[in-house]
Design a protein around this ligand. Structure first.
Ligand code: NAG
Ligand code: NAG
Length: 248
């Protein structure tokens, strides 16, 4: 007698909670996040801090992130100030949105660009990759570098998907024993597990599509030449392309 009543109450509360449910960061789209910014329910700083906390919790197991940008919180604070100054202007593009880029895409900041290999650690890139320059212009915050199959899986045909010397073995968050695929492994896992809003991957032969499929996210492999490859560690000029990975 009391148990069905309890269930009813719980169910009722559940319904109430759903109807009144406020904005939640988990699974939010860029548009929902921008609306939350606009309605003062969220700040870029709060969003970056949320993702950093998730990365601290999940990354020791999933190994989707190689490096965090030590300037990310400062950049988020700057985005929040810009929004205060002009909310209209800040509703466009990727203003205040954190993004992870695969570790074979150059960033001219404190982050290393290594394709997962110790061989390139501390190397200094001349400038941001073309796609990173565009991301910054559009207001995005580079949260860090995503893990990958080392050298975009051109280290050895026998190397496992999602393994690199620097990040070690990335793990499929849905079924740990299933191949997370690669080579944009961390770009897919981080988006699937709400460690970031969106990410960039690269593809030479299935490296965006396969990990997106294996980790239940959406990846687009743009037509060759549609996205800039400047500042991206090359594999083949006939096949390399840079593309986004995001949630549905
Ligand atoms: C805010 O930005 C919009 C869009 O760029 C612009 O049209 C508007 O003049 C700006 N407002 C102020 C107060 O600067
Ligand atoms: C880049 O690599 C150097 C050398 O290992 C390290 O000291 C530095 O912290 C790395 N940068 C970031 C942002 O992790």
């Amino acid at each position: 007698m009391t148990i069905p009543i309890l269930l009813l109450i719980l169910l009722f509360q559940g319904i109430i909670a759903t109807e009144n449910s406020d904005f939640t960061i988990k699974e939010a789209t860029i548009q929902e996040i921008h609306t939350a910014f606009y309605q003062n329910k969220l700040t870029s700083k709060g969003l970056v801090e949320f993702y950093i906390e998730e990365i601290r919790k999940l990354n020791p197991i999933l190994r989707a992130v190689i490096e965090l940008n030590p300037d990310a919180i400062r950049q988020a604070e700057k985005a929040d100030q810009e929004r205060k100054a002009n909310a209209t202007k800040s509703r466009f593009g990727l203003h205040g949105i954190p993004i992870l880029v695969k570790d074979n895409i150059a960033t001219k900041d404190k982050l290393n660009t290594t394709a997962g290999s110790y061989a390139l650690l501390k190397s200094v890139v001349p400038r941001d990759a073309g796609v990173v320059r565009k991301l910054r212009e559009s207001g995005a915050i580079i949260l860090g570098k995503a893990s990958l199959s080392e050298w975009a899986h051109f280290r050895s045909s026998l190397a496992p998907s999602g393994w690199s010397a620097r990040a070690k073995q990335a793990v499929n968050p849905y079924v740990a024993t299933v191949d997370p695929c690669g080579s944009s492994t961390g770009s897919a896992i981080s988006v699937a597990t709400n460690m970031v809003t969106v990410s960039l991957g690269t593809e030479t032969d299935g490296s965006i599509l396969c990990p997106s499929s294996a980790n239940s996210v959406v990846g687009i492999k743009p037509t060759l030449g549609l996205t800039s490859r400047a500042g991206v560690i090359p594999v083949s000029p006939r096949q390399d392309t840079v593309g986004p990975i995001c949630r549905l």
